[in-house]
Design a protein around this ligand. Structure first.
Ligand SMILES: Nc1nc2c(ncn2[C@@H]2O[C@H](COP(=O)(O)OP(=O)(O)O)[C@@H](O)[C@H]2O)c(=O)[nH]1
Ligand SMILES: [Mg+2]
Length: 355
């Protein structure tokens, strides 16, 4: 069994040494533990620092793609590097390396495909009371949307087995934490959570420069992801409200009409018609959304199978730099997570190897 611990990084040269020093190199149940840093267009010495501290694998995105894209690139690479279990942790030493044993335990026991570290948000000292309340509210919404019981939905400290890693396909560019939970709730991925500890904050969050941006981005993400997965429910609810309002206004007109004052309430008649039309249109959007959602499920299943085939074929990870290897030639780093040739272009590689 191989465990790969992946760390998405954007300009983390300062924090990375302490984070890496805390990571385990041996754990019961694993023959090997390797580290993978996904460098998301850092402009500092993140890569050199990672190398100097023993990171075996680097996925180097050419420019800043955002945490969700980096996470997805990391999962893809970890699978192709032969990981049986992938653990994701943050570069800022927020989580304690010793807790990785707790994270992987349910996976080794075969009782979960994906395990989320629960920080017990209420007990984190550097979170303001408002942030704690928002966290709890957000987590409640995600639990309802995903039909799961994950207490800490924005935790980045997680373990995935191969099946979970193969199935999860993040579309959102900004957050993977919420989408992966909602997706797991809808797919054949068994979720579990374990209590974990956190270290005092080493710096401010880079993902959320302010409380307002935290609320706005998470609220928008939850709404968009929920609508992607449950379009019929969302749109039909809105359509129901509009139709109900339309009938309410029409009843008002009908009462006035019966009382002989119909001409004084023509506005109600028109407003009712407008609301009715809007309700029908929104309902139709729900039906279209539902069809798209079914398409998405099909595409996702196809994608999962493509991944399995890629692994069998031995396709190499994209944007990948192994220890001691020269940087990948430009031609092979140009295309997102698209499959690549199993052999790097020979000319460029041998030239680089000679030098
Ligand atoms: N790939 C990628 N990772 C990022 C980016 N911004 C932050 N991160 C990483 O995401 C993790 C969490 O970031 P952090 O600033 O600690 O946010 P927090 O989770 O709110 O504390 C760290 O490992 C960061 O290096 C980014 O733009 N791209
Ligand atoms: Mg942090």
């Amino acid at each position: 069994m191989k465990l790969i611990i992946q760390i998405p990084c954007k300009d983390e040269a300062e924090q990375l040494p302490a984070t890496l020093a805390d990571l385990p190199r041996e754990l019961p149940g694993f023959d090997s533990i390797e580290w993978l840093v996904i460098d998301d267009g850092s402009t500092d010495r993140t890569i050199e620092v990672a190398r100097a501290h023993g990171v075996e694998h680097i996925v180097r995105l050419t420019n800043n793609k955002g945490l969700a894209s980096a996470f997805q690139a990391g999962m893809d690479a970890a699978l192709k590097l032969g990981a049986d279990v992938v653990v994701n942790t943050d570069a800022d030493n927020q989580y304690q390396g010793a807790d990785i044993a707790k994270l992987v335990a349910p996976i080794i026991a075969g009782t979960a495909d994906m395990v989320i570290g629960d920080r017990d948000v209420l007990s984190i000292e550097h979170f303001s009371p408002l942030k704690k309340r928002l966290q709890r509210l957000g987590s409640r919404v995600v639990r309802a949307a995903s039909s799961t019981d994950v207490p800490d939905t924005t935790s980045g400290f997680r373990a995935y087995n191969r099946e979970a890693a193969l199935q999860i396909l993040i579309v959102s560019r900004f957050t993977y934490t919420l989408e992966s939970i909602i997706q797991s709730g809808k797919q054949l991925i068994a979720l579990d959570h374990v209590p974990i500890r956190t270290n005092p904050a080493t710096r401010e969050s880079r993902l959320f420069p302010s409380m307002w941006s935290y609320v706005r981005r998470n609220a928008v993400s939850i709404f968009r992801i929920y609508t992607q997965y449950e379009p019929l429910r969302v749109f039909l609810t809105v359509a129901g409200v509009l139709l109900l309002a339309a009938f309410g206004v029409w009843v008002r007109f009908a009462v006035a009409y019966v009382q002989g004052n119909g001409s004084g309430h023509v506005q109600s008649l028109i407003l009712g018609a407008v609301l009715f039309n809007a309700g029908v249109v929104v309902g139709a959007l729900g039906v279209i959304g539902d069809l798209l959602s079914a398409q998405r499920t099909m595409i996702q299943r196809t994608h999962e199978r493509v991944r399995r085939i890629e692994l069998q074929l031995g396709v190499k990870p994209s944007h990948y730099e192994a220890l001691g290897e020269p940087p990948a030639p430009a031609a092979s780093v140009a295309s997102g997570s698209a499959p690549e040739h199993t052999e790097p272009p020979t000319g460029a590689t041998s030239e680089a190897a000679d030098s």
